[in-house]
Design a protein. Structure first.
Length: 233
Protein backbone atom coordinates (compact mmCIF):
# COMPACT_ATOMS: atom_id res chain seq x y z
CA UNK A 1 0.00 0.00 0.00
CA UNK A 2 2.79 2.42 0.90
CA UNK A 3 4.55 1.62 -2.37
CA UNK A 4 1.36 2.29 -4.30
CA UNK A 5 0.95 5.67 -2.58
CA UNK A 6 4.58 6.53 -3.32
CA UNK A 7 4.15 5.66 -7.01
CA UNK A 8 0.95 7.69 -7.20
CA UNK A 9 2.62 10.69 -5.56
CA UNK A 10 5.62 10.46 -7.91
CA UNK A 11 3.28 10.33 -10.91
CA UNK A 12 1.32 13.34 -9.59
CA UNK A 13 4.47 15.43 -9.12
CA UNK A 14 5.76 14.48 -12.56
CA UNK A 15 2.44 15.39 -14.16
CA UNK A 16 2.39 18.78 -12.41
CA UNK A 17 5.92 19.51 -13.61
CA UNK A 18 5.00 18.51 -17.15
CA UNK A 19 1.85 20.67 -17.12
CA UNK A 20 3.83 23.66 -15.84
CA UNK A 21 6.49 23.07 -18.50
CA UNK A 22 3.96 23.05 -21.35
CA UNK A 23 1.96 25.94 -19.90
CA UNK A 24 5.05 28.15 -19.77
CA UNK A 25 5.99 27.17 -23.31
CA UNK A 26 2.48 27.84 -24.62
CA UNK A 27 2.52 31.31 -23.02
CA UNK A 28 5.83 32.09 -24.73
CA UNK A 29 4.78 30.65 -28.09
CA UNK A 30 1.12 31.70 -28.14
CA UNK A 31 -0.28 31.62 -31.67
CA UNK A 32 -3.41 33.55 -32.62
CA UNK A 33 -5.29 33.08 -35.87
CA UNK A 34 -8.56 34.37 -37.30
CA UNK A 35 -11.01 33.22 -39.95
CA UNK A 36 -9.59 33.94 -43.40
CA UNK A 37 -5.92 33.66 -42.38
CA UNK A 38 -3.66 31.60 -44.63
CA UNK A 39 -1.43 29.09 -42.87
CA UNK A 40 1.00 26.22 -43.26
CA UNK A 41 -0.01 22.99 -41.48
CA UNK A 42 2.68 20.77 -39.99
CA UNK A 43 2.56 17.19 -41.25
CA UNK A 44 4.59 14.72 -39.11
CA UNK A 45 7.31 13.38 -41.47
CA UNK A 46 7.03 9.73 -42.45
CA UNK A 47 8.05 7.57 -45.38
CA UNK A 48 11.33 7.29 -47.34
CA UNK A 49 11.32 10.95 -48.36
CA UNK A 50 10.25 12.36 -45.02
CA UNK A 51 13.12 14.86 -44.89
CA UNK A 52 11.79 16.82 -47.85
CA UNK A 53 10.05 20.11 -47.14
CA UNK A 54 6.84 19.01 -48.89
CA UNK A 55 6.42 16.17 -46.37
CA UNK A 56 6.72 18.50 -43.39
CA UNK A 57 4.28 21.24 -44.34
CA UNK A 58 0.94 21.28 -46.15
CA UNK A 59 -0.47 24.41 -47.67
CA UNK A 60 -1.25 27.07 -48.16
CA UNK A 61 -4.54 26.55 -46.36
CA UNK A 62 -7.22 29.04 -45.41
CA UNK A 63 -8.96 29.06 -42.01
CA UNK A 64 -12.69 28.61 -42.55
CA UNK A 65 -13.96 28.60 -38.97
CA UNK A 66 -13.15 27.62 -35.42
CA UNK A 67 -13.81 24.00 -34.45
CA UNK A 68 -13.45 24.55 -30.69
CA UNK A 69 -10.72 23.54 -28.23
CA UNK A 70 -8.14 25.57 -30.23
CA UNK A 71 -8.89 23.59 -33.41
CA UNK A 72 -9.65 25.16 -36.80
CA UNK A 73 -11.45 24.00 -39.94
CA UNK A 74 -9.06 24.50 -42.87
CA UNK A 75 -9.53 24.43 -46.65
CA UNK A 76 -6.64 23.57 -48.93
CA UNK A 77 -5.74 26.09 -51.60
CA UNK A 78 -2.92 24.14 -53.25
CA UNK A 79 -5.18 21.62 -55.03
CA UNK A 80 -7.73 21.93 -57.82
CA UNK A 81 -11.11 20.23 -58.00
CA UNK A 82 -13.39 19.61 -55.05
CA UNK A 83 -12.33 21.56 -51.94
CA UNK A 84 -10.44 19.47 -49.39
CA UNK A 85 -11.28 20.34 -45.79
CA UNK A 86 -9.53 19.18 -42.62
CA UNK A 87 -9.32 20.08 -38.92
CA UNK A 88 -6.01 20.89 -37.22
CA UNK A 89 -4.95 22.06 -33.77
CA UNK A 90 -3.46 25.55 -33.43
CA UNK A 91 -0.13 24.07 -32.31
CA UNK A 92 0.34 22.63 -35.83
CA UNK A 93 -0.27 25.93 -37.63
CA UNK A 94 2.25 28.52 -38.81
CA UNK A 95 1.38 31.74 -40.59
CA UNK A 96 1.73 31.52 -44.38
CA UNK A 97 3.80 34.71 -44.16
CA UNK A 98 6.30 33.02 -41.86
CA UNK A 99 9.77 33.37 -43.47
CA UNK A 100 10.50 30.23 -45.48
CA UNK A 101 14.03 30.17 -44.12
CA UNK A 102 12.59 29.62 -40.62
CA UNK A 103 10.07 26.90 -41.50
CA UNK A 104 12.66 24.15 -41.19
CA UNK A 105 13.46 25.25 -37.64
CA UNK A 106 9.75 25.49 -36.83
CA UNK A 107 9.28 21.91 -38.08
CA UNK A 108 12.20 20.71 -35.95
CA UNK A 109 10.74 22.41 -32.87
CA UNK A 110 7.32 20.81 -33.43
CA UNK A 111 8.84 17.37 -33.93
CA UNK A 112 10.82 17.74 -30.71
CA UNK A 113 7.63 18.69 -28.84
CA UNK A 114 5.74 15.67 -30.19
CA UNK A 115 8.59 13.29 -29.40
CA UNK A 116 8.73 14.67 -25.86
CA UNK A 117 4.97 14.23 -25.47
CA UNK A 118 5.26 10.61 -26.61
CA UNK A 119 7.99 9.99 -24.03
CA UNK A 120 5.93 11.60 -21.27
CA UNK A 121 2.88 9.58 -22.34
CA UNK A 122 4.72 6.32 -21.75
CA UNK A 123 6.71 7.30 -18.66
CA UNK A 124 4.00 7.17 -15.97
CA UNK A 125 2.29 4.18 -14.43
CA UNK A 126 -0.63 4.59 -16.81
CA UNK A 127 1.59 5.75 -19.67
CA UNK A 128 2.46 2.26 -20.86
CA UNK A 129 -1.14 1.47 -21.63
CA UNK A 130 -1.98 4.93 -22.95
CA UNK A 131 1.14 5.25 -25.08
CA UNK A 132 1.00 1.78 -26.58
CA UNK A 133 -1.43 2.61 -29.43
CA UNK A 134 0.87 5.49 -30.46
CA UNK A 135 4.13 3.57 -30.45
CA UNK A 136 2.79 0.34 -31.94
CA UNK A 137 0.91 1.88 -34.84
CA UNK A 138 3.59 0.79 -37.30
CA UNK A 139 4.94 -2.18 -35.34
CA UNK A 140 1.52 -3.83 -35.46
CA UNK A 141 1.97 -4.35 -39.19
CA UNK A 142 4.84 -6.75 -38.64
CA UNK A 143 3.80 -8.44 -35.38
CA UNK A 144 0.72 -10.66 -35.32
CA UNK A 145 -0.90 -11.29 -31.96
CA UNK A 146 -2.48 -14.67 -31.15
CA UNK A 147 -6.14 -14.92 -32.07
CA UNK A 148 -7.16 -15.61 -28.49
CA UNK A 149 -5.46 -12.39 -27.34
CA UNK A 150 -7.17 -10.42 -30.10
CA UNK A 151 -10.56 -11.80 -29.08
CA UNK A 152 -9.95 -10.91 -25.44
CA UNK A 153 -8.96 -7.35 -26.38
CA UNK A 154 -12.01 -6.95 -28.56
CA UNK A 155 -14.20 -8.31 -25.78
CA UNK A 156 -12.69 -5.89 -23.26
CA UNK A 157 -13.17 -2.95 -25.64
CA UNK A 158 -16.77 -3.95 -26.30
CA UNK A 159 -17.42 -4.27 -22.56
CA UNK A 160 -15.89 -0.82 -21.95
CA UNK A 161 -18.01 0.82 -24.66
CA UNK A 162 -21.13 -0.91 -23.31
CA UNK A 163 -20.36 0.50 -19.86
CA UNK A 164 -19.98 3.97 -21.38
CA UNK A 165 -23.35 3.66 -23.13
CA UNK A 166 -25.13 2.86 -19.86
CA UNK A 167 -23.16 5.06 -17.46
CA UNK A 168 -25.69 7.91 -17.26
CA UNK A 169 -24.46 11.51 -16.98
CA UNK A 170 -20.74 12.08 -17.51
CA UNK A 171 -18.10 14.68 -16.60
CA UNK A 172 -15.14 15.62 -18.79
CA UNK A 173 -11.95 15.41 -16.72
CA UNK A 174 -9.05 15.78 -19.16
CA UNK A 175 -8.12 16.27 -22.82
CA UNK A 176 -5.12 15.01 -24.75
CA UNK A 177 -3.67 14.89 -28.22
CA UNK A 178 -3.10 11.39 -29.59
CA UNK A 179 -1.53 10.23 -32.84
CA UNK A 180 -3.89 8.15 -34.99
CA UNK A 181 -3.01 5.40 -37.47
CA UNK A 182 -2.54 8.01 -40.22
CA UNK A 183 0.16 9.76 -38.20
CA UNK A 184 -1.99 12.83 -37.49
CA UNK A 185 -2.66 14.12 -33.97
CA UNK A 186 -6.30 14.27 -32.88
CA UNK A 187 -7.99 15.55 -29.74
CA UNK A 188 -9.49 13.09 -27.24
CA UNK A 189 -11.61 13.67 -24.12
CA UNK A 190 -11.57 11.64 -20.91
CA UNK A 191 -15.01 11.08 -19.36
CA UNK A 192 -16.09 9.66 -16.00
CA UNK A 193 -19.53 9.16 -14.42
CA UNK A 194 -20.91 12.03 -12.34
CA UNK A 195 -20.15 11.52 -8.66
CA UNK A 196 -17.15 9.25 -9.16
CA UNK A 197 -13.97 10.44 -7.44
CA UNK A 198 -11.36 11.87 -9.84
CA UNK A 199 -8.78 9.45 -8.46
CA UNK A 200 -10.86 6.46 -9.53
CA UNK A 201 -9.05 4.20 -11.97
CA UNK A 202 -9.89 1.34 -14.28
CA UNK A 203 -11.51 1.04 -17.66
CA UNK A 204 -14.89 0.63 -15.99
CA UNK A 205 -14.83 4.13 -14.54
CA UNK A 206 -13.34 6.38 -17.23
CA UNK A 207 -13.08 6.43 -20.99
CA UNK A 208 -11.15 8.31 -23.70
CA UNK A 209 -13.46 9.32 -26.58
CA UNK A 210 -12.99 11.21 -29.83
CA UNK A 211 -14.20 14.80 -30.31
CA UNK A 212 -17.04 13.64 -32.57
CA UNK A 213 -18.26 11.14 -29.97
CA UNK A 214 -17.88 13.75 -27.21
CA UNK A 215 -19.99 16.23 -29.22
CA UNK A 216 -22.66 13.56 -29.75
CA UNK A 217 -22.82 12.82 -26.02
CA UNK A 218 -22.94 16.57 -25.30
CA UNK A 219 -25.85 17.07 -27.70
CA UNK A 220 -27.67 14.18 -26.01
CA UNK A 221 -27.28 15.91 -22.63
CA UNK A 222 -25.06 13.14 -21.27
CA UNK A 223 -22.04 15.41 -20.55
CA UNK A 224 -22.06 18.14 -17.88
CA UNK A 225 -19.45 20.83 -17.37
CA UNK A 226 -16.58 20.43 -14.92
CA UNK A 227 -14.68 23.65 -14.04
CA UNK A 228 -11.60 21.62 -13.03
CA UNK A 229 -11.08 20.09 -16.48
CA UNK A 230 -7.42 19.62 -17.43
CA UNK A 231 -5.93 19.73 -20.92
CA UNK A 232 -3.03 17.40 -21.72
CA UNK A 233 -1.06 19.15 -24.44
Amino acid sequence: MERSHACAEAARVKEQERQAHYYNRRVRQKRTFAVGDRVWVYNPPRGPKATKFVHQWQGPMRIVESAGYENFVLEREDKTGAPEVLIAHVSFLVSYHHPESLLQQAASDLKAELDEEDEDEGAGSNGAAAGAPIRTATAARTATAPRATTKRRRGAASSSRAALATSGRLVETRRRRKRNSAGQYVLEHELRPVGRDRSGTGDGGRWWVSTSEFDRLWQDGRVVEDPTVEEVV
